[in-house]
Design a protein around this ligand. Sequence first.
Ligand code: SF4
Length: 375
Amino acid sequence: MKRRVKYIIDLKFVDQLPKQEREELKEVTEKFAFRTNDYYNSLINWDDPDDPIRKIVIPTREELEVWGKLDASNESKYTKVHGLEHKYPDTALLLVTDVCGIYCRFCFRKRLFMNDNDEVARDVSEGLEYIRNHREINNVLLTGGDPLILATNKLEKILTALAEIPHVRIVRIGSKMTAVNPFRISEDKALLDLFEWFNTKTGKRLYLMNHFNHPRELTKEAKEAVELVHGTGTVQTNQTPILKGINDDAEVIKELIEELSFMGVPPYYLFQCRPTAGNKAYSTKIEETIDIVERARARVSGLAARVRYVMSHETGKIEVLGKTENLIFFRYHRAADPENCGKFMVFRRNPEAHWFDDYTDLVEEYRVETEEEFV
Ligand code: SF4
Protein backbone atom coordinates (compact mmCIF):
# COMPACT_ATOMS: atom_id res chain seq x y z
CA MET A 1 0.00 0.00 0.00
CA LYS A 2 1.41 3.38 -1.00
CA ARG A 3 1.51 5.98 1.73
CA ARG A 4 -0.40 9.06 0.58
CA VAL A 5 -1.58 12.30 2.13
CA LYS A 6 -5.11 13.66 2.09
CA TYR A 7 -5.25 17.31 1.05
CA ILE A 8 -7.55 19.71 2.91
CA ILE A 9 -8.50 22.98 1.23
CA ASP A 10 -11.26 24.19 3.54
CA LEU A 11 -10.83 25.03 7.22
CA LYS A 12 -14.20 23.43 7.96
CA PHE A 13 -12.47 20.04 7.54
CA VAL A 14 -9.79 20.85 10.12
CA ASP A 15 -11.57 19.14 13.00
CA GLN A 16 -8.81 19.97 15.45
CA LEU A 17 -9.82 23.65 15.39
CA PRO A 18 -12.86 24.72 17.44
CA LYS A 19 -15.85 25.61 15.23
CA GLN A 20 -15.85 29.23 16.37
CA GLU A 21 -12.19 29.67 15.41
CA ARG A 22 -12.83 28.15 11.98
CA GLU A 23 -15.64 30.64 11.45
CA GLU A 24 -13.53 33.57 12.59
CA LEU A 25 -10.79 32.60 10.13
CA LYS A 26 -13.11 32.25 7.15
CA GLU A 27 -12.59 35.88 6.19
CA VAL A 28 -8.82 35.28 6.07
CA THR A 29 -9.05 32.22 3.82
CA GLU A 30 -11.40 34.08 1.50
CA LYS A 31 -8.58 36.54 0.96
CA PHE A 32 -5.50 34.29 1.07
CA ALA A 33 -5.89 30.66 -0.02
CA PHE A 34 -5.68 27.82 2.49
CA ARG A 35 -4.31 24.33 1.93
CA THR A 36 -2.91 21.69 4.25
CA ASN A 37 -2.80 17.89 4.42
CA ASP A 38 -3.29 15.25 7.07
CA TYR A 39 0.44 14.41 7.33
CA TYR A 40 1.40 18.04 7.98
CA ASN A 41 -1.50 18.46 10.42
CA SER A 42 -0.19 15.46 12.35
CA LEU A 43 3.01 17.41 13.12
CA ILE A 44 1.02 20.11 14.96
CA ASN A 45 0.57 20.11 18.73
CA TRP A 46 -3.06 21.25 18.68
CA ASP A 47 -3.03 21.93 22.43
CA ASP A 48 -0.51 24.72 21.89
CA PRO A 49 -1.95 27.85 20.23
CA ASP A 50 1.65 29.01 19.62
CA ASP A 51 2.81 25.79 18.05
CA PRO A 52 5.29 26.75 15.27
CA ILE A 53 4.05 24.18 12.74
CA ARG A 54 0.50 25.37 13.31
CA LYS A 55 1.61 28.93 12.60
CA ILE A 56 3.14 27.87 9.29
CA VAL A 57 -0.14 26.56 7.89
CA ILE A 58 -3.11 27.70 9.99
CA PRO A 59 -4.25 31.27 9.24
CA THR A 60 -4.43 34.09 11.73
CA ARG A 61 -6.66 37.16 11.61
CA GLU A 62 -3.50 39.30 11.75
CA GLU A 63 -3.11 38.51 8.03
CA LEU A 64 -5.96 40.94 7.42
CA GLU A 65 -3.82 43.82 8.65
CA VAL A 66 -3.00 46.13 5.75
CA TRP A 67 0.75 45.91 5.16
CA GLY A 68 3.17 45.33 2.30
CA LYS A 69 2.55 44.56 -1.37
CA LEU A 70 1.37 41.41 -3.11
CA ASP A 71 4.52 41.38 -5.27
CA ALA A 72 7.02 42.66 -2.71
CA SER A 73 10.12 42.01 -4.81
CA ASN A 74 8.51 43.31 -8.00
CA GLU A 75 8.93 39.99 -9.80
CA SER A 76 6.67 41.24 -12.59
CA LYS A 77 9.50 43.59 -13.61
CA TYR A 78 11.67 40.58 -14.50
CA THR A 79 8.97 38.53 -16.25
CA LYS A 80 10.17 38.22 -19.85
CA VAL A 81 7.63 35.80 -21.28
CA HIS A 82 4.63 34.09 -19.73
CA GLY A 83 5.82 32.06 -16.70
CA LEU A 84 9.51 32.99 -16.99
CA GLU A 85 11.51 35.46 -14.89
CA HIS A 86 15.03 36.52 -15.82
CA LYS A 87 16.72 38.76 -13.27
CA TYR A 88 20.38 37.64 -13.12
CA PRO A 89 22.13 36.88 -16.44
CA ASP A 90 22.90 33.21 -15.70
CA THR A 91 19.63 32.22 -13.99
CA ALA A 92 16.07 31.86 -15.25
CA LEU A 93 12.99 30.99 -13.20
CA LEU A 94 10.22 28.90 -14.70
CA LEU A 95 6.95 29.18 -12.78
CA VAL A 96 5.50 25.77 -13.56
CA THR A 97 2.56 25.50 -11.17
CA ASP A 98 0.41 27.58 -8.85
CA VAL A 99 -0.26 24.79 -6.37
CA CYS A 100 1.77 23.58 -3.35
CA GLY A 101 1.64 20.72 -0.86
CA ILE A 102 0.47 23.25 1.73
CA TYR A 103 0.07 27.01 1.52
CA CYS A 104 2.51 28.59 3.94
CA ARG A 105 0.78 31.59 5.50
CA PHE A 106 3.88 33.76 4.95
CA CYS A 107 4.33 32.86 1.27
CA PHE A 108 5.81 35.70 -0.80
CA ARG A 109 4.09 34.33 -3.90
CA LYS A 110 0.61 34.05 -2.38
CA ARG A 111 -0.63 36.18 -5.29
CA LEU A 112 -0.25 33.07 -7.49
CA PHE A 113 -2.93 31.29 -5.49
CA MET A 114 -5.49 34.03 -6.14
CA ASN A 115 -8.19 33.38 -8.72
CA ASP A 116 -7.37 36.25 -11.05
CA ASN A 117 -3.62 35.55 -11.23
CA ASP A 118 -2.19 34.27 -14.52
CA GLU A 119 1.59 34.39 -13.96
CA VAL A 120 2.11 30.62 -14.09
CA ALA A 121 2.44 28.95 -17.48
CA ARG A 122 0.93 25.49 -17.70
CA ASP A 123 2.52 25.25 -21.13
CA VAL A 124 6.17 26.15 -20.63
CA SER A 125 7.13 26.09 -24.32
CA GLU A 126 7.42 29.87 -24.52
CA GLY A 127 9.72 29.89 -21.48
CA LEU A 128 11.82 27.06 -22.91
CA GLU A 129 12.17 28.94 -26.18
CA TYR A 130 13.35 32.02 -24.29
CA ILE A 131 15.98 29.90 -22.48
CA ARG A 132 17.11 28.35 -25.78
CA ASN A 133 17.61 31.83 -27.20
CA HIS A 134 19.60 33.15 -24.22
CA ARG A 135 22.94 31.38 -24.12
CA GLU A 136 23.97 33.21 -20.95
CA ILE A 137 21.42 31.17 -18.95
CA ASN A 138 23.30 28.22 -17.47
CA ASN A 139 20.92 27.38 -14.65
CA VAL A 140 17.16 27.19 -14.45
CA LEU A 141 15.05 27.18 -11.30
CA LEU A 142 11.73 25.36 -11.49
CA THR A 143 9.44 27.06 -9.05
CA GLY A 144 5.86 28.24 -8.57
CA GLY A 145 4.05 26.94 -6.49
CA ASP A 146 5.77 23.64 -5.82
CA PRO A 147 7.05 21.84 -8.94
CA LEU A 148 6.84 18.47 -7.16
CA ILE A 149 3.07 18.81 -7.08
CA LEU A 150 3.20 18.16 -10.84
CA ALA A 151 2.75 14.62 -12.10
CA THR A 152 6.09 12.92 -12.73
CA ASN A 153 5.45 12.63 -16.49
CA LYS A 154 4.88 16.39 -16.68
CA LEU A 155 8.15 17.03 -14.82
CA GLU A 156 9.87 14.56 -17.11
CA LYS A 157 8.81 16.57 -20.17
CA ILE A 158 10.23 19.76 -18.66
CA LEU A 159 13.51 18.15 -17.54
CA THR A 160 13.94 16.42 -20.90
CA ALA A 161 13.46 19.71 -22.75
CA LEU A 162 15.98 21.44 -20.48
CA ALA A 163 18.45 18.56 -20.87
CA GLU A 164 18.44 19.23 -24.62
CA ILE A 165 19.56 22.85 -24.22
CA PRO A 166 23.39 22.72 -24.31
CA HIS A 167 24.05 25.90 -22.28
CA VAL A 168 21.80 24.85 -19.37
CA ARG A 169 24.13 23.08 -16.89
CA ILE A 170 22.08 23.08 -13.69
CA VAL A 171 18.36 22.67 -13.02
CA ARG A 172 17.11 23.52 -9.57
CA ILE A 173 13.76 22.46 -8.14
CA GLY A 174 12.51 24.73 -5.35
CA SER A 175 10.24 22.55 -3.21
CA LYS A 176 8.76 22.20 0.27
CA MET A 177 7.54 18.69 -0.52
CA THR A 178 10.16 16.90 1.62
CA ALA A 179 8.71 18.83 4.59
CA VAL A 180 5.00 18.67 3.83
CA ASN A 181 4.49 15.43 1.88
CA PRO A 182 7.65 13.31 1.89
CA PHE A 183 5.66 10.39 0.46
CA ARG A 184 5.41 12.28 -2.84
CA ILE A 185 9.09 11.42 -3.16
CA SER A 186 9.56 8.22 -1.22
CA GLU A 187 6.59 6.47 -2.87
CA ASP A 188 7.36 7.46 -6.46
CA LYS A 189 10.16 5.38 -7.92
CA ALA A 190 9.58 6.97 -11.34
CA LEU A 191 10.41 10.38 -9.87
CA LEU A 192 13.61 9.09 -8.29
CA ASP A 193 14.55 7.37 -11.57
CA LEU A 194 13.95 10.65 -13.39
CA PHE A 195 16.26 12.52 -10.98
CA GLU A 196 18.93 9.83 -11.39
CA TRP A 197 18.63 9.88 -15.18
CA PHE A 198 19.09 13.65 -15.21
CA ASN A 199 22.22 13.45 -13.05
CA THR A 200 23.87 10.52 -14.79
CA LYS A 201 22.83 10.65 -18.44
CA THR A 202 22.59 14.31 -19.43
CA GLY A 203 25.94 15.74 -18.29
CA LYS A 204 23.99 18.20 -16.13
CA ARG A 205 23.21 18.44 -12.44
CA LEU A 206 19.93 18.58 -10.58
CA TYR A 207 19.60 20.47 -7.30
CA LEU A 208 16.69 20.13 -4.87
CA MET A 209 16.30 23.36 -2.92
CA ASN A 210 14.41 22.19 0.18
CA HIS A 211 12.32 24.44 2.36
CA PHE A 212 12.40 23.25 5.96
CA ASN A 213 11.41 26.08 8.30
CA HIS A 214 11.62 24.33 11.66
CA PRO A 215 13.47 21.30 13.09
CA ARG A 216 10.13 19.65 13.89
CA GLU A 217 9.62 19.20 10.14
CA LEU A 218 12.72 16.96 10.04
CA THR A 219 10.74 13.80 10.73
CA LYS A 220 11.75 10.22 10.04
CA GLU A 221 9.64 10.35 6.86
CA ALA A 222 11.23 13.60 5.71
CA LYS A 223 14.74 12.24 6.35
CA GLU A 224 13.88 9.10 4.41
CA ALA A 225 12.77 11.20 1.40
CA VAL A 226 15.96 13.32 1.60
CA GLU A 227 18.08 10.16 1.73
CA LEU A 228 16.37 8.71 -1.35
CA VAL A 229 16.98 11.95 -3.24
CA HIS A 230 20.66 11.79 -2.21
CA GLY A 231 20.75 8.33 -3.77
CA THR A 232 19.90 9.85 -7.17
CA GLY A 233 22.98 12.08 -7.16
CA THR A 234 20.88 15.20 -6.69
CA VAL A 235 22.57 17.97 -4.71
CA GLN A 236 20.38 19.30 -1.90
CA THR A 237 20.32 22.55 0.02
CA ASN A 238 17.82 24.28 2.29
CA GLN A 239 16.41 27.78 2.43
CA THR A 240 14.00 29.30 4.89
CA PRO A 241 12.80 32.71 5.90
CA ILE A 242 13.16 33.74 9.53
CA LEU A 243 9.60 33.94 10.78
CA LYS A 244 8.13 35.57 13.86
CA GLY A 245 6.79 33.00 16.32
CA ILE A 246 7.98 30.11 14.11
CA ASN A 247 11.78 30.08 14.03
CA ASP A 248 12.93 33.52 15.24
CA ASP A 249 14.96 31.93 17.99
CA ALA A 250 18.70 31.22 17.96
CA GLU A 251 18.21 27.77 19.52
CA VAL A 252 15.65 26.79 16.86
CA ILE A 253 17.79 28.04 13.96
CA LYS A 254 20.86 26.36 15.46
CA GLU A 255 19.02 23.05 15.70
CA LEU A 256 17.62 23.41 12.17
CA ILE A 257 20.85 24.27 10.37
CA GLU A 258 22.90 21.80 12.38
CA GLU A 259 20.54 18.89 11.77
CA LEU A 260 20.29 19.77 8.07
CA SER A 261 24.08 19.69 7.81
CA PHE A 262 24.06 16.24 9.45
CA MET A 263 21.55 15.16 6.78
CA GLY A 264 23.87 16.33 4.02
CA VAL A 265 21.60 19.26 3.19
CA PRO A 266 23.71 22.38 3.59
CA PRO A 267 21.70 25.41 4.73
CA TYR A 268 21.92 27.86 1.86
CA TYR A 269 19.88 30.98 2.67
CA LEU A 270 18.14 32.37 5.74
CA PHE A 271 15.81 34.98 4.26
CA GLN A 272 14.40 38.13 5.75
CA CYS A 273 10.61 37.66 5.43
CA ARG A 274 9.53 39.85 2.50
CA PRO A 275 7.04 42.65 3.12
CA THR A 276 4.31 40.78 1.27
CA ALA A 277 0.64 41.64 1.83
CA GLY A 278 -0.70 39.72 4.82
CA ASN A 279 2.77 38.97 6.19
CA LYS A 280 3.12 41.49 9.01
CA ALA A 281 2.44 38.79 11.59
CA TYR A 282 5.47 36.80 10.37
CA SER A 283 8.03 39.54 9.75
CA THR A 284 10.91 40.14 12.14
CA LYS A 285 13.03 43.24 12.67
CA ILE A 286 16.30 43.03 10.75
CA GLU A 287 18.51 44.26 13.58
CA GLU A 288 17.10 41.71 16.02
CA THR A 289 17.32 38.95 13.43
CA ILE A 290 21.06 39.57 12.95
CA ASP A 291 21.54 38.58 16.60
CA ILE A 292 19.47 35.40 16.16
CA VAL A 293 21.47 34.38 13.08
CA GLU A 294 24.84 35.14 14.64
CA ARG A 295 24.04 33.36 17.91
CA ALA A 296 22.94 30.29 15.95
CA ARG A 297 25.94 30.35 13.60
CA ALA A 298 28.36 30.69 16.51
CA ARG A 299 27.30 27.30 17.82
CA VAL A 300 27.48 25.13 14.69
CA SER A 301 30.26 23.76 12.53
CA GLY A 302 31.56 25.76 9.60
CA LEU A 303 29.49 23.55 7.28
CA ALA A 304 26.22 24.70 8.85
CA ALA A 305 27.51 28.24 9.43
CA ARG A 306 27.96 28.79 5.68
CA VAL A 307 24.32 29.87 5.53
CA ARG A 308 23.83 33.50 4.46
CA TYR A 309 21.24 35.87 5.88
CA VAL A 310 19.83 37.71 2.86
CA MET A 311 16.98 39.84 1.56
CA SER A 312 15.52 38.99 -1.85
CA HIS A 313 15.11 42.59 -2.82
CA GLU A 314 13.81 43.94 -6.13
CA THR A 315 17.39 45.02 -6.94
CA GLY A 316 19.11 41.76 -5.97
CA LYS A 317 20.05 39.44 -3.13
CA ILE A 318 21.37 41.65 -0.36
CA GLU A 319 23.34 39.95 2.36
CA VAL A 320 22.98 41.37 5.87
CA LEU A 321 26.55 41.25 7.10
CA GLY A 322 26.37 42.66 10.61
CA LYS A 323 26.05 45.77 12.74
CA THR A 324 27.94 47.91 15.22
CA GLU A 325 26.48 50.22 17.83
CA ASN A 326 25.48 52.81 15.21
CA LEU A 327 25.91 51.21 11.79
CA ILE A 328 24.60 48.30 9.74
CA PHE A 329 26.43 46.64 6.82
CA PHE A 330 25.04 45.07 3.65
CA ARG A 331 26.52 43.64 0.47
CA TYR A 332 24.96 42.66 -2.83
CA HIS A 333 25.39 38.88 -3.06
CA ARG A 334 23.61 38.96 -6.47
CA ALA A 335 22.53 42.08 -8.28
CA ALA A 336 20.14 42.68 -11.17
CA ASP A 337 22.24 45.66 -12.22
CA PRO A 338 25.85 44.48 -12.87
CA GLU A 339 27.04 47.84 -11.50
CA ASN A 340 25.85 46.72 -8.05
CA CYS A 341 27.58 43.30 -8.01
CA GLY A 342 29.50 42.95 -4.75
CA LYS A 343 28.60 46.49 -3.68
CA PHE A 344 29.16 47.06 0.04
CA MET A 345 26.72 49.41 1.78
CA VAL A 346 26.71 51.07 5.16
CA PHE A 347 23.72 52.79 6.79
CA ARG A 348 22.96 54.22 10.15
CA ARG A 349 20.97 51.75 12.18
CA ASN A 350 17.19 51.76 12.16
CA PRO A 351 15.99 49.35 14.87
CA GLU A 352 12.46 49.36 13.41
CA ALA A 353 13.57 48.25 9.92
CA HIS A 354 11.89 45.18 8.41
CA TRP A 355 13.27 45.62 4.88
CA PHE A 356 16.13 47.21 2.97
CA ASP A 357 13.85 50.07 1.90
CA ASP A 358 13.49 51.07 5.55
CA TYR A 359 17.11 52.22 5.28
CA THR A 360 17.12 53.59 1.74
CA ASP A 361 13.75 55.37 2.02
CA LEU A 362 15.26 57.39 4.84
CA VAL A 363 18.45 57.91 2.95
CA GLU A 364 19.19 61.37 4.34
CA GLU A 365 18.87 60.13 7.83
CA TYR A 366 20.52 56.73 7.52
CA ARG A 367 23.24 56.80 4.88
CA VAL A 368 26.82 57.09 6.12
CA GLU A 369 28.42 59.74 3.97
CA THR A 370 32.06 59.79 5.08
CA GLU A 371 34.63 57.28 6.15
CA GLU A 372 35.15 59.19 9.39
CA GLU A 373 31.74 58.07 10.48
CA PHE A 374 33.09 54.53 10.80
CA VAL A 375 35.49 55.61 13.53
S1 SF4 B 1 5.79 25.94 -0.42
FE1 SF4 B 1 6.81 27.84 -1.10
S2 SF4 B 1 5.57 28.59 -2.80
FE2 SF4 B 1 4.33 27.08 -1.69
S3 SF4 B 1 3.15 28.26 -0.20
FE3 SF4 B 1 5.01 27.60 0.85
S4 SF4 B 1 6.43 29.31 0.57
FE4 SF4 B 1 4.79 29.56 -0.97
